[in-house]
Design a protein. Structure first.
Length: 355
């Protein structure tokens, strides 16, 4: 019991330090500016599509639209984490409008899934992000597949990023399955109407403005670029980090730090990854405004070093190499998925928590 209390105190002491420094304070000016810029970018793309007309140069605008929608997704993520406003209701409505009305996706589906991920990152039996059908994260998952499935799994690292071209379609499909289920709540039915209306109006506008071939190419490219960019921002954060065995108990600080990876980089990395490159800090303080994560990073890193907790941080392309290598090795069953540099510390922390 004393060990558990000491571990709980480790996080509460860090949280108190962060709060005392005012680092949890809302940054509404930052978010108002970013929302305005993203809104103007969306308007500029829409005007460009109308003015350009019947031209294959529309594909450039399709790529641009995808990049802007990725920024909308990051803003919806921040609002769903209640980083923008003091009012929970304002945060929730902003997340719903951005996700449902602009992206055409369900924020209620995403929040349920994402909250479970935050509660137990990389835990085999609890984190939905390691229970995907398309990608196997453990040799046990590979063993359950047929011959073709095992052949794919052995190459899943190389296939992972090409598969992200389908992520945009997958997100829309998962949202609709959630919202159109038989036991959907009243709020889900309202959200379903918004999402279906957004998708319908967007597709109809494309086919009204462009010939069928160009409209189809525009839609396909926009969804592919959106999926790749969004997936590439989320993929490096946990994949290739230790998986937590089913039933293992860990204190909050170690659970979040040992299973997360930061990505080094400057302002471009911050923009491209929506602040998720500070994944350790985001997991420790989910409601911390995005621009503050950079400021709290050295505090968290020093705190982890002081208490002997490994803090993982690599460059962007190194992180992608780790992800590809890890997924291929799992598919080949060439290494134990818990056998990475931080796995021993994770197992040791779990054993101490049970003491």
């Amino acid at each position: 019991m004393r060990t558990q209390q000491r571990y709980v105190s480790l996080y509460t002491d860090l949280l108190q330090t962060v709060q005392d420094l005012g680092l949890m304070r809302r940054r509404q000016g930052y978010y108002y500016t970013r929302i305005s810029l993203v809104g103007l970018a969306l308007l500029a793309v829409a005007v460009g599509v109308v003015l350009l007309g019947d031209s294959w140069l529309q594909l450039l605008l399709a790529g641009a639209l995808a990049l802007v929608l990725v920024q909308v997704a990051f803003l919806s993520h921040d609002s769903a984490h209640r980083q923008i406003f003091h009012s929970n209701a304002r945060n929730d409505w902003t997340a719903r409008i951005l996700a449902g009305g602009v992206l055409g996706m369900s924020v209620s589906w995403w929040r349920n899934k994402h909250n479970r991920h935050h509660g137990a990152p990389n835990q085999v039996d609890k984190d939905p992000d390691v229970q995907l059908d398309a990608v196997a994260f453990t040799p046990d998952a590979v063993a359950k597949r047929g011959p073709f499935g095992r052949w794919i799994a052995a190459r899943q690292g190389w296939l992972f990023f090409p598969l992200l071209t389908l992520e945009g379609i997958g997100l829309h499909a998962s949202s609709l399955r959630h919202l159109l289920r038989r036991n959907a709540s009243r709020s889900d039915r309202i959200e379903a109407a918004v999402v279906v209306a957004r998708i319908t109006l967007y597709v109809a506008a494309l086919y009204l403005l462009l010939p069928p071939g160009k409209a189809s190419a525009f839609l396909g490219l926009q969804l592919a670029v959106f999926g790749v960019c969004l997936g590439a921002a989320f993929a490096p954060n946990h994949k290739g980090m230790p998986l937590v065995p089913a039933g293992m108990k860990l204190d909050f600080l170690r659970r979040q730090v040992l299973t997360s990876r930061n990505i080094r980089g400057g302002l471009f990395t911050d923009l491209a990854m929506g602040g998720l490159n500070y994944q350790i800090e985001h997991h420790l303080f989910p409601s911390m405004p995005r621009p503050t994560l950079r400021k709290v990073r050295p505090i968290v890193r020093e705190y982890c070093e002081l208490h002997g907790i490994a803090y993982a941080e690599v460059g962007l392309f190194t992180s992608y190499r780790i992800v590809v290598d890890y997924l291929n090795n799992v598919g080949l069953q060439a290494r134990d998925p818990f056998d990475c540099p931080l796995a021993a510390e994770l197992r040791s922390a779990g054993a101490r928590n049970l003491a």
